[in-house]
Design a protein. Structure first.
Length: 318
């Protein structure tokens, strides 16, 4: 393979793991094209699954994951298996880790003639370096400095770091109005973001109350991420942890319908996390009863001690 070849990851088909972070025993997750919503309560494993997806494809054999999960992840063997499409070919990956460090790495690639190409260990790492990376957007709500406008509570001023804000606004307007929404378009007036409603009234975007302003913020943030993907020539698989933080439940359907349109327009696969299943696109449930080992230590904060005492009420052997 030429060293200049860059291979896009079109989508992730499935991932399985055993004894990885929050996941004890064997867990398997399957993903569709478009939007996938990883659903579960607090400490159920949502963020662990996002980490699992990004960790599987890391071009590093020795990088260890820090954190406080069950002792199997640090002392025993962990397994990651993944199927994904890259360069229009199906790939199967098997990664074995001990104490978070890769000890064995296999990759099978289905060729057009039905044969399989096989790589192992260092060959896989070399191949990974040719893959366009997937994008993980953590802390999606913050910081707002990486967004195309700043919100002060009274006004919305364009972030001067974004010289092409007008183009981003044009892209946002492609998806307005959102289903059930009242805002038809955004306009840039004297460096301030203004919203035009369905009846023709123009007002400051910061004055928009309720969930519609939040949805517009999320749409714009997603488009900002996609612009970064295009700039960095990354794959169009995008992982977003806790996208719905602070969003009114009545607006969930509008958000996911709009994300579906964005995914179709830009050819993206989204894998996002949520605490709820109703109204979410392709909900994938995670549920683990394994308690992180950090709660069994003696040097706990007062808050962690309260959680430890609560756990002991239901599990005296903890």
């Amino acid at each position: 393979m030429s060293s200049n070849i860059r291979i896009p990851i079109e989508r992730i088909i499935s991932v399985a793991c055993r004894n990885f972070m929050a996941f004890d025993d064997l867990h398997t997750f399957k993903f569709d094209e478009g939007i996938n919503t990883v659903v579960g309560g607090n400490s159920s494993g949502k963020s662990s699954l996002v980490t699992l997806l990004s960790r599987a494809l890391q071009s590093d054999m020795t990088k260890s994951r820090t954190g406080n999960w069950h002792r199997n992840f640090f002392n025993n063997e962990s397994l990651i298996e993944m199927k994904f499409i890259a360069g229009d070919k199906e790939h199967y990956l098997r990664r074995v880790l001990i104490s978070g460090t890769t000890s064995d790495l296999h990759l099978y690639i289905e060729e057009e003639d039905g044969s399989r190409t096989f790589y192992r260990d260092g060959q896989v790492i070399d191949y990974f370096r040719k893959l366009k990376k997937i994008t993980t957007a953590n802390d999606f709500e913050n910081p707002r400095r990486d967004f195309y406008f700043w919100t002060s509570g009274k006004t919305n001023n364009v972030n001067p770091l974004f010289a092409k804000s007008k183009e981003i606004i044009r892209q946002i307007n492609t998806f307005l109005p959102v289903p059930g929404g009242n805002i038809a378009k955004l306009h840039l007036v004297d460096n301030i973001i203004m919203a035009l409603d369905r009846v023709g009234e123009l007002r400051n975007l910061s004055s928009i109350s309720g969930g519609e302003g939040k949805i517009i913020f999320l749409i714009a943030k997603i488009i900002t991420v996609i612009n970064d993907v295009e700039k960095e020539d990354s794959s169009r698989v995008i992982l977003i942890d806790d996208i719905e933080n602070g969003l009114d439940k009545s607006r969930i359907n509008a958000l996911y319908e709009t994300m579906k349109s964005i995914g179709q327009e830009f050819g993206c696969q989204f894998i996002v996390t949520s605490r709820f299943a109703n109204g979410r696109a392709n909900p994938i449930r995670v549920k683990t009863t394994k308690i992180p080992d950090c709660y069994s230590r003696n040097d706990l904060t007062n808050g962690m001690k309260a959680i430890q005492n609560y756990i002991k009420k239901f599990n005296p052997n903890f």
